[in-house]
Design a protein around this ligand. Structure first.
Ligand code: NAP
Length: 236
């Protein structure tokens, strides 16, 4: 067990999260805890598990539900026991759509913040003891270019953008509070998934292979920063 590199990824039923599992499952070196809301209906994920060369455990996790977030520790303990967690990838998120800066629905705002910010933040807290056992713990908080005020992308997707800007700030704070853990926020690029849509530029395998390079090469000195998938830094 201890020779394997351990990963926990959220939102692995489809899209970028599923592609992370696909690439990591190709190596016997990896032990992947692939979490998703509904393991029973995650057919693409099940197909990857059945052909995995690495070890993949599928566990239920709804990041918008704090009981579910807390409850995942039980599965992690069953799977890795007293071993470390090397990588936590906070990938799951929702984008409620094209809403602008006015007439924001309180329900949508709350749901988006709960899913995109509070879920990953509390999951990281829950798994801190496992991360702290790793010789090189890394926490990736999946962000977006829309979170950047510096890039200046206009009024679209106000709620989604604000949720990811909040996650960016928390990433910075986490890095300052725990300098022995590497935390970073990252924009995966515009990726062809359900969220990215048909017009997106990048295939999931391209984005994820770059993100894996970044995950494996990032240093503690770079902790707390905001990157593009290719490792270049982005303005806040
Ligand atoms: N695609 C892009 O162009 C793009 C650009 C910038 C940033 N991103 C970011 O990249 C990440 C992945 O996006 P994607 O493009 O792969 O999106 P996607 O295709 O919509 O997939 C989203 C994933 O998150 C899961 N999810 C949603 N709500 C959840 C919850 N409450 N609990 C657990 N899982 C939940 C979904 O599971 P279900 O199947 O159960 O719904 C699905 O597996 C997100 O953080 C997104 O903000 C994507």
């Amino acid at each position: 067990m201890s020779v394997k590199t351990t990963w926990l990824i959220t939102g692995t039923s489809r899209g970028i999260g599923l592609e992370f599992v696909r690439q990591l499952a190709a190596s016997p070196q990896n032990l992947v805890i692939a979490s998703c809301r509904n393991p029973d209906t995650a057919s693409d994920l099940k197909a990857i598990v059945s052909e995995a060369k690495g070890t993949v455990h599928v566990v239920p996790l709804d990041v918008s539900d704090l009981e579910s977030v807390k409850g995942v520790e039980k599965y992690v303990k069953e799977i890795i026991g007293e071993e470390p967690l090397d990588y936590l990838l906070n990938n799951a998120a929702i984008n409620p759509g094209e809403e602008g800066a006015f007439e924001i629905s309180p329900e949508i705002f709350t749901k988006t913040i709960n899913t995109n910010v509070l879920g990953p933040v509390k999951l990281t807290e829950t798994l801190l003891p496992y991360l702290e056992r790793s010789r090189r713990p890394v926490v990736m908080n999946m962000s977006t270019g829309l979170a950047s005020i510096g890039i200046d992308l206009g009024p679209k997707c106000a709620v989604y953008s604000a949720s990811k800007t909040t996650l960016n700030m928390i990433t910075y704070k986490q890095a300052k509070a725990k300098p022995e853990i590497i935390f970073f926020a990252v924009d995966p690029g515009w990726v062809k998934t359900e969220m990215g849509g048909e017009g997106a530029f990048l295939e999931p395998d391209f984005s994820v292979s770059h993100l894996l390079k970044l995950l494996r090469s990032i240093t503690v000195e770079q902790s707390g920063q905001f990157f593009r998938y290719d490792g270049s830094t982005l303005p806040w």
